[in-house]
Design a protein around this ligand. Structure first.
Ligand SMILES: Nc1ncnc2c1ncn2[C@@H]1O[C@H](COP(=O)(O)OP(=O)(O)OP(=O)(O)O)[C@@H](O)[C@H]1O
Ligand SMILES: [Zn+2]
Ligand SMILES: [Zn+2]
Length: 879
C-alpha cells in the first residue's frame, strides 16, 4: 500500500471500511501515545478520528483506543489531515474521556522534551501531568460485534459470519438492540435487564454476535449532588401551597421557603434546615412545582475556612529593588529567570505576592511551588488571604477527590493561581505569566521515580514557551542555581550568558537582626564530663526560655542515622582516601565501604587519629531526645514532629497549630521544623548534632548542612523578640558550620566551590547516574561493565562527529567521564543487588541521547534476564 500520505488519504475514500464524507474537516487522524510504558510503544500511533468525535478531540485529549486485543487509554499528541500508515491498518478512536482536553499542546510538547531529557517514556511523562484520579481504569464491557469497525490488520475479514449476525431468536434481537443502544454494557447491567440470559450471552459471545470490549474509565468521577429549586414564581408557589390539603404541613413549609429563597439549595441542606424528608421534596417535584437536579460540586479541602483578606504591604527598599526587575520582565512578557537570594525573614513572600498580583492584572496565570513540608496552613493562608478563591491548592495530603477537584478548577478557569508541591508545575494553565519556586534549593523538587524530573528545569521550560518569568527564591540558593547567575565562565561553571539574574535582599524586614549563633564543641563537653546530648549552653538557654515563657525549636536530623563512623573524643570521621567522602558503615559485615570507588575496610577498634576507644557509628533518635528533655526539665511540654507523629492526615498542621497557640514549650523534630515557619515567640533554636548530614556519602553533604543550619537558625527571632541559636557539633571548624553561624552565604560559596572544582562536581560539571539491579552479582558486574564500555564507545563516536566542525580553540565543553560500575550505597534492596556508574559531563554533551542509545542495546537482557537499568539525569540522591 501507498506509504505516501496523500494517496493514503485517497485510499481511505475508496475503503469501504471507513466511509468518509466528501469535504471533510482536515483533522481526520490523531497521533496517540498509548498507556503502555515500553520501548516498542514509545511513539505516537495513528488513529482515525470518527466524525462524531471530531468536535471533542484536541491535542491533549484523553481517548480510549483499540490496541491489540484491548482498549487502552491514550493521549492525543497530534492531529493531521494525512497519515503515513496504510489505510486498512488504521483503527478508530473509540472514546473521548473528557469534554475538554485535560492537557494542552504546550504540555504535550513538554512531555516530549521530558522524555528526551530524563530518558523516560513519553506516556510516563504525560501521566505525571494529570492527577491520580484520571489515571486509566479499565473495565470489561459487552458490545455488539460491529464488524466493519472491528476489522483490522490482525483480523483479516473474509465477510463470513456477518450475514449470520441477526439470524437469532427474539431474545437475541432484544439483547442486540439493547446493547447497540448503549454502545457497551457491563455484564452486571446486562443481567439486570435480562435476568436469565447468562447462558444465552455466553453463547452469543462464543458465536461472535457479541464481543467483550475493554473500556477506559476514570478512577474517580466529579462529585455530583442533588439540588432543589422552585419550578415557578413565588406567587404561583404560594398558590400551589393553598391548594394542598391542610395536613400537608411539611410540603407547605417547603413551598413557603422557596417563595422567599428562589436559589437552588442542596437537598441535604434543605432537609436539615426544614427538617423534611426526601419524600416530601419528591412529592412536590412530581407535581412539577419543584425541580431536582444533579450538579457537579467541588470537594473543597478548605471549605468553611475563612481567610482574612490582606492588602499589599508597603515594600521595604530591598523588596522594591527585588520586585522592579521582575515587574518590568512581566510588563514586557519576557521570559527571564530570577534568583531571589533573600536572607531568612527578609520578606520574600511579599515580593512573590506583589509579582503575582501584577501577573493577574495582566490577565495571566501564576504557579507557586513550595516544598511539600512547608505547604502549611500558614503558607496557604498568605496566598488565599491575598487572592481568595482565585487560588487552588495542591498537595499530597489532599484526598484523591480533593486533588482532582482543585485541578479541575484550573481547566474550568475558576482559578488563576496554583500553589502546590512539585507536581503543581504541570498545572494546565494556557496563559502562564509567572512561576515562583520558593526554597528553590530543596531536593524534594526532584522526583526520585520516573519521570525523574526537576521541577525547576520543567518550570523554566514551560515559562520559556509562555514568555513567562520564573522566580527562584531562597535564603540558601543551590550552588547550581547560584552559578547560573554569572560566575566567570573561565571557571568552567555557569554559562557565559548568565541565564539567571541575581536579586539580593541582605537584611530582615524592619531592620530586625539575624539571630546570634553559638557553636558548641561537643568534644569539649565530653572532656568536661557532660555525657548528656545537651551542652551546658543549650541547657541554660532552654531553661531561660521556659522561665520567660518563650518558645524553642530543636532540630535533630535523623538522615544518615547510624551510617557513618565517628570518634566521640576528637570528631574524626573515617573517610575514603581516594574520594573524600565518608565511608558507609555496614552493620552485617561490620565493615566500611566507599560507594564511589568501591574501597572496603574493617571497622576500626580505636580512632586512627587520637587512639580513643570512643569510636563508633553515630546516631540518635527524636524519641530519645524527648525522653531526656522530660528528665532534665520536669513538666516541659514538647511537641515531637517526625515521620512517626505526622503520618496521619492533617497531623502536621495540628501539631503546628498547637505550637503556635503556645500549647507547648518546645517543638522538636527532624528537617520538618527547619522550613518556612514564622512564629513570633520562638527565640531559641537548638541543633542537637549538626554533623549528621555532613558525613553522608554525598558530594552535596556540606551544602545540605549549610542550608539546613541556616534555615533552622532563621526560625529564631523573626519578630519583635531577638533570637539565639545553639549549634552542637563534633566538627566546629568545618566551613559549612562556621559560615552558617556567621550567616555568610558568600563565604560558604567560596569554600564549597573550591571543593567542587577540585573534585569535579557540579556546578563544574553535570552528573548522570545509572543504577543496575539484579538478583545475581556476576550478572550485574557483566552488564554494568558492558554498559560502561558501550557508553564510552558512544561518546567516542559522537565526539568525532562534533569535533569535525568545532573551532580548534574551543575545547572547553568537551568533557565526558564514566566512573564505575561500583556497588551502590544501598547495595541491596528487596533481594536485588545494586550497582551504579556515574557519568560526569559538561553542558553541551547530549548525555540523555547517549544513555538512551546505550540502554536500548540492553533491551533483550532487560527482558530476558530481568535486569533493571535506571537512569537519573542530574540526580539529587546518589544512593
Ligand atoms: N514590607 C513589609 N513590611 C512589614 N513587614 C513585612 C514586610 N514584608 C514582609 N514582612 C513580614 O516579615 C516577616 C518575614 O517575611 P517572610 O516570611 O516572607 O520571609 P522570608 O523571606 O520568606 O523568610 P524565610 O526564607 O525564612 O521563609 C513576615 O512576618 C512578614 O509578614
Ligand atoms: Zn579520635
Ligand atoms: Zn572511594
Amino acid at each position: 500500500m501507498a506509504k505516501d500520505g496523500a494517496s493514503g488519504y485517497a485510499d481511505l475514500y475508496e475503503s469501504s471500511l471507513l466511509p468518509l464524507d466528501e469535504g471533510n474537516e482536515p483533522n481526520v487522524y490523531a497521533q496517540v501515545i498509548v498507556d503502555v510504558p515500553a520501548k516498542q510503544t514509545n511513539r505516537p500511533f495513528d488513529y482515525v478520528v470518527p466524525e462524531e468525535l471530531r468536535a471533542w478531540i484536541g491535542i491533549g485529549s484523553r481517548v480510549g483506543v483499540p490496541f491489540g486485543p484491548r482498549t487502552l487509554q491514550g493521549f492525543v499528541v497530534g492531529l493531521s489531515a494525512k497519515s503515513d500508515m496504510a489505510a486498512g491498518k488504521l483503527k478508530k478512536i473509540e472514546q473521548v474521556l473528557d469534554l475538554v482536553p485535560p492537557l494542552n499542546p504546550e504540555l504535550v510538547q513538554l512531555a516530549d522534551w521530558m522524555s528526551r531529557t530524563y530518558v523516560c517514556h513519553e506516556i510516563t511523562a504525560l501521566q505525571a501531568m494529570i492527577p491520580g484520579a484520571l489515571k486509566a481504569k479499565y473495565e470489561k464491557m459487552i458490545a455488539v460485534a460491529d464488524r466493519p469497525e472491528r476489522i483490522d490488520s490482525r483480523q483479516p475479514s473474509d465477510g463470513e459470519g456477518q450475514t449470520m449476525l441477526f439470524a437469532g431468536s427474539a431474545e437475541e434481537d432484544a439483547i442486540v438492540a439493547f446493547v447497540r443502544q448503549k454502545s457497551a454494557v457491563s455484564t452486571e447491567a446486562m443481567l439486570n435487564r435480562f435476568p436469565d440470559s447468562g447462558p444465552l450471552l455466553k453463547h452469543m459471545l462464543e458465536q461472535g454476535t457479541l464481543v467483550e470490549v475493554q473500556t477506559v474509565k476514570d478512577r474517580l468521577q466529579a462529585k455530583r449532588i442533588l439540588y432543589v429549586e422552585p419550578a415557578a414564581e413565588a406567587e404561583a408557589l404560594l398558590e400551589h401551597s393553598r391548594s394542598l390539603p391542610s395536613n400537608a404541613k411539611r410540603q407547605m413549609e417547603v413551598l413557603a421557603y422557596f417563595s422567599e429563597n428562589p436559589e437552588p439549595v442542596p437537598l441535604s441542606e434543605l432537609s436539615e434546615k426544614l427538617n423534611v424528608g426526601a419524600g416530601t421534596v419528591k412529592g412536590l417535584a412530581e407535581k412539577g412545582w419543584l425541580t431536582v437536579r444533579e450538579r457537579e460540586v467541588f470537594r473543597d479541602p478548605y471549605e468553611g475556612r475563612k481567610f482574612d483578606r490582606t492588602s499589599p504591604l508597603p515594600l521595604t527598599e530591598q523588596q522594591r529593588e527585588a520586585l522592579d526587575p521582575i515587574s518590568s520582565s512581566l510588563d514586557k512578557k519576557e521570559h527571564n529567570v530570577f534568583l531571589l537570594h533573600g536572607v531568612t525573614g527578609s520578606g520574600k513572600t511579599e515580593v512573590y505576592l506583589q509579582a503575582i498580583q501584577q501577573c493577574l492584572d495582566q490577565g495571566r496565570e501564576a504557579i507557586v511551588l513550595v516544598p511539600e513540608i512547608s505547604l502549611t496552613p500558614q503558607m496557604v493562608e498568605r496566598f488565599k488571604g491575598r487572592f481568595g478563591d482565585a487560588v487552588a491548592v495542591m498537595h499530597s495530603r489532599l484526598s484523591q477527590g480533593e486533588r482532582y477537584d482543585e485541578w479541575r478548577k484550573i481547566g474550568l478557569k475558576r482559578v488563576s493561581v496554583v500553589i502546590g508541591a512539585r507536581s503543581a508545575v504541570f498545572a494546565p494553565f494556557a496563559n502562564l505569566g509567572l512561576i515562583i519556586i520558593d526554597e528553590e534549593h530543596e531536593s524534594s523538587y526532584k522526583q526520585e521515580e520516573s519521570p525523574k524530573y526537576h521541577a525547576r528545569d520543567v518550570a523554566i521550560q514551560r515559562a520559556s514557551r509562555h514568555g513567562a518569568a520564573v522566580v527562584l527564591g531562597s535564603a540558601t540558593p543551590s550552588l547550581e542555581s547560584f552559578a547560573r547567575t554569572g560566575m566567570r565562565s573561565s571557571d568552567g561553571a555557569g554559562n557565559e550568558a548568565a541565564p539567571y539574574r541575581l536579586l539580593t535582599m541582605a537584611d530582615r524586614v524592619e531592620g530586625r537582626p539575624l539571630p546570634a549563633v553559638h557553636i558548641v564543641d561537643l568534644r569539649e563537653e565530653l572532656k568536661e564530663g557532660n555525657r548528656s546530648m545537651f551542652s551546658r549552653g543549650l541547657y541554660k538557654a532552654i531553661e531561660e526560655r521556659l522561665h520567660k515563657k518563650e518558645q524553642t525549636v530543636l532540630l535533630l536530623n535523623r538522615r544518615g542515622y547510624s551510617t557513618f563512623v565517628m570518634c566521640r573524643s576528637c570528631g574524626f570521621v573515617v573517610q575514603c582516601p581516594h574520594c573524600d567522602i565518608s565511608l558507609t558503615y555496614h552493620q552485617v559485615s561490620r565493615s566500611m565501604r566507599c560507594h564511589y570507588c568501591g574501597l572496603s575496610q574493617p571497622e576500626p577498634k580505636t580512632c586512627p587519629s587520637c587512639d580513643s576507644e570512643h569510636i563508633r557509628y553515630f546516631g540518635t533518635g527524636t524519641q530519645r531526645v524527648e525522653e531526656e528533655l522530660g528528665k532534665l526539665f520536669p513538666g516541659i511540654r514538647v511537641i515531637r514532629m517526625d515521620v512517626d507523629t505526622t503520618s496521619e492526615k492533617g497531623s502536621h498542621e495540628r501539631l503546628l497549630t498547637r505550637f503556635r497557640n503556645k500549647q507547648a514549650d518546645v517543638l522538636l523534630g527532624t528537617q520538618m521544623v527547619a522550613k518556612g515557619l514564622d512564629f513570633p515567640d520562638v527565640t531559641l533554636v537548638g541543633v542537637i548534632a549538626a554533623d549528621t548530614v555532613l558525613h553522608l556519602p554525598d558530594f552535596r553533604a556540606a551544602e545540605k548542612t549549610f542550608q539546613l543550619l541556616t534555615q533552622v537558625a532563621g526560625r529564631a527571632g523573626r519578630h519583635k523578640l531577638p533570637g539565639e541559636v545553639f549549634i552542637q557539633t563534633y566538627t566546629p571548624d568545618h566551613y559549612s558550620i562556621v559560615t552558617a553561624s556567621g550567616h555568610d552565604y558568600k563565604a560558604f560559596l567560596d569554600n564549597e566551590l573550591e571543593m567542587r572544582k577540585m573534585r569535579g562536581y557540579p556546578p563544574y560539571c553535570e552528573l548522570a547516574l545509572v543504577t543496575f539491579s539484579h538478583e545475581q552479582v556476576p550478572m550485574l558486574v557483566r552488564a554494568g561493565e558492558s554498559f560502561v564500555a558501550r557508553l564510552k564507545d558512544s561518546w567516542q563516536r559522537s565526539r568525532h562527529k562534533t569535533e569535525a566542525d568545532r573551532s580548534p580553540y574551543d575545547a572547553s565543553t568537551s568533557y565526558f567521564e564514566v566512573y564505575g560500575p561500583v556497588a551502590s550505597p544501598i547495595p541491596r534492596i528487596k533481594d536485588r543487588y545494586r550497582f551504579q556508574c556515574m557519568v560526569k559531563y559538561r553542558v553541551g554533551v547530549d548525555v540523555s541521547g547517549m544513555l538512551t542509545e546505550t540502554a536500548a542495546a540492553f533491551d533483550e537482557t532487560v527482558r530476558q534476564e530481568k535486569l533493571l537499568i535506571s537512569i537519573d539525569v542530574n540526580p539529587q540522591v546518589l544512593m
